[in-house]
Design a protein around this ligand. Structure first.
Ligand code: SF4
Length: 647
């Protein structure tokens, strides 16, 4: 994990342990270790480890694999670190899922692949988003299981007189153990940075000596910790070089800094000693407070009020402004943005980016605070649940909600969350203040493209009132290979026995003649365009017409219109939208085609009457699905005006 362990000796120890675990795994597997490359065995000293690091480092890979591939590898690496960070927290609270560890192993294995393709890397990156959602769910279950649901809580953000300890990072378990050990010792405990959220958990705020929050986001810790008259505990990221307080700062969990005392066993006696030895605050400061604790249980608890306010127009829009903060210039953009949000809009915020505006006054709308602090960066899970619930209440998709997401990134967790949002198909995400350097323009195009393909398909269906399924997001290369086509758009026609009777890019007006000829109609005029020999067809056979191309290509629409106008009622039309980029989620069946639903759709949409010969339709359908199944795409079908993904 980045921004966590800066102690090279400790890292060398972790790598040595990893090497020992690998040896054990190889022995357990009874595998022959003789072939294992030297590079897989951690070097015996720091210099050797650093040299091994350079061998697999980003500069070396850029030279051999190029920016785009290396960039996608880094996207996975950062996403993995984010998943690992959340999985670590969840495991401490007893929440684990082997699927998470399986993915981590597979992804690490893919990162050792000497010649990965964009396909592989992109699907692995999106799979990372899916797994991160599961991991955040585990962490949410861990935190709420141990400490209850967050509740709206007024938190003091100025100090009071007395001895003190400040706790930063994200690990609630460490804070709980410290609160237990300081109870009755006359020491006030403050949260800092992302730990602010702890004040909203009933299981933590029950400690009366948890007196509030001190300071702001992680990048301000240098000055804030130097001014803090007590002991400091860093439980996770993000730590900075201690200046002038190295004798009274401690690390725990995965965090480490050379020369800083590390607490490995939840025994906080050294921290308590340092706090009692320090002066503490001499007097109470003027009281200032903020209100936090609007995670999913609190917001959904007043969902009816929120929904009523949206329906009445009192609330016009929601802005999710949050993510990782940092010292980079231009991040005051988030302060200005929050201040410029219209009075009839509500701001949801999470992670340490909230400190750019969480001490400002925003007022309320009919008693609903205009600033809702959802929690830590991992509480993005809560924010997603809130959005999904609101979408359900308004019977629309999350992307149709009056919601704008403006996210700030800095390190691994933000990258993992971004991948989760992409996995969920959430569009229009504004990410800043600048893009991660490893997301190259090519990789960005792919990511952007992925997220809005379903939107494009919806718009296409609505705009052109398409009355048959549109299968989106297939990879051009895969479909071209599968259908043996050279270019798109192409129209392919199969008869009821699955025989291809026609394929080509003929202009619409030539189509009828070909079909008629294929169907043996004597009076049809045929064009002179070459086409495959057409076997004899029976009139009762179902014709399956597939049009392959890019839904943004006018020729594609023209071909589908031509097919529509073909007057043989016994046809089934399916549009296959192809994009020249990697399949979305190669390995994971994102939205497996549901035969019965698609079957039902084909029956009542394309033919407008039940097909008397289900076998032939069934065979057609199964062949149809077989053809597409490995492309892992989704399908949209019109039903009663609303567009519902085929689940
Ligand atoms: S939200 Fe991000 S930048 Fe902020 S403390 Fe957490 S991990 Fe660090």
């Amino acid at each position: 994990m980045t921004n966590v362990n800066f102690d090279a000796e400790r890292l060398a120890g972790v790598l040595k342990d990893a090497g020992a675990i690998l040896d054990k795994a190889v022995a357990l597997a009874g595998a022959d270790a003789s072939g294992r490359p030297e590079s897989c065995k951690p070097a015996g000293d720091l210099a050797g480890l650093i040299a091994q690091g350079h061998e697999v480092g980003i500069l070396k890979r850029r030279d051999t694999l190029g920016d785009d591939i290396t960039g996608l590898q880094e996207l996975i690496t950062y996403g993995l670190k984010g998943v690992a960070a959340y999985a670590y927290h969840a495991a401490i609270l007893g929440q684990e899922d082997d699927a998470v560890y399986d993915y981590i192993n597979n992804a690490l294995d893919l990162l050792t692949n000497p010649s990965p393709t964009v396909d592989m890397l992109l699907s692995c990156a999106l799979k990372c988003g899916e797994i991160n959602l599961r991991t955040m769910e585990l962490l949410d279950a861990g935190n709420t299981g141990a400490y209850g649901d967050q509740e709206p809580t007024v938190v003091r953000v100025t100090p009071i007189r007395g001895k003190c300890i400040v706790v930063s990072g994200h690990d609630l378990k460490d804070l709980e153990e410290l609160l237990k050990q300081t109870e009755g010792k006359g020491i006030n405990v403050y949260t800092h940075g992302e730990m602010l959220t702890a004040n909203a958990y009933p299981g933590l705020k029950k400690y009366s000596h948890l007196v509030g929050n001190y300071g702001s986001a992680w990048q301000e810790q240098g000055k804030e910790f130097a001014d803090f008259p007590g002991a400091i505990l860093m439980t996770t990221n993000c730590i900075q070089k201690p200046k002038g307080y190295i004798d009274r700062i401690f690390t725990s969990g995965p965090t480490a800094w050379p020369g800083v005392k590390h607490i490995a066993d939840h025994n906080y006696a050294p921290v308590i000693e340092a706090a009692l030895a320090a002066p503490g605050f001499a007097e109470d400061a003027e009281e200032k407070t903020i209100t936090i604790g609007f995670a999913r249980s609190a917001v959904l608890g007043v969902a009816d009020k929120v929904i009523a306010a949206v329906k009445s127009g009192a609330i016009k829009h929601f802005f999710l402004i949050g993510g990782c903060d940092g010292a980079k210039a231009g991040r005051n953009y988030y302060t200005e943005l929050a201040q410029s949000v219209p009075q009839d809009s509500v701001i949801l915020t999470l992670a340490c980016g909230k400190y750019r505006f969480n001490k400002l006054e925003f007022g309320d709308i009919g008693g609903i605070p205009r600033l809702l602090d959802v929690g830590q960066c991992n509480d993005a899970y809560s924010a997603v649940q809130i959005a999904v619930a609101l979408a359900g209440a308004f019977e629309c998709g999350v992307n149709d909600l009056p919601l704008t997401m403006i996210l700030s990134w800095y390190e691994q967790k933000a990258v993992a969350i971004l991948l989760t949002l992409l996995h969920l198909g959430i569009q229009g995400i504004k990410l800043g203040p600048s893009l991660p350097a490893f997301i190259t323009p090519a990789a960005l195009n792919i990511l952007v493209d992925i997220t809005d393909t379903e939107e494009k398909a919806r718009e296409f269906i609505k705009k052109h009132d398409v009355q048959y399924p549109v299968i989106w997001d297939s990879t051009q290369s895969k479909v071209a290979e599968e259908f043996k086509i050279l270019s798109t758009p192409t129209i392919i026609i199969y008869d009821g026995r699955g025989k291809r009777v026609y394929s080509g890019a003929d202009p619409p007006h030539a189509l009828d003649a070909h079909i008629a000829k294929a169907l043996g109609r004597q009076d049809a005029q045929t064009t002179d365009k070459p086409g495959p020999a057409t076997p004899e067809l029976t009139h009762s056979a179902l014709l399956e017409i597939t049009i392959i191309g890019d839904i943004e290509d006018p020729a594609f629409l023209a071909l589908s219109r031509a097919a529509e106008s073909f007057d043989d009622a016994n046809k089934e039309i399916v549009l296959l939208d192809v994009e020249d980029h990697a399949d979305r989620i190669l390995e994971t069946p994102y939205r497996p085609l549901d035969v019965p639903a698609l079957f039902a759709c084909l029956v009542d949409v394309a033919c407008a009457r039940p097909i008397t010969d289900p076998d032939s339709v069934e065979t057609t359908l199964r062949r149809f699905i077989m053809k597409f199944s490995d492309a892992q795409q989704g399908a949209l079908e019109p039903s009663g005006g609303a567009l519902e993904p085929v689940r």
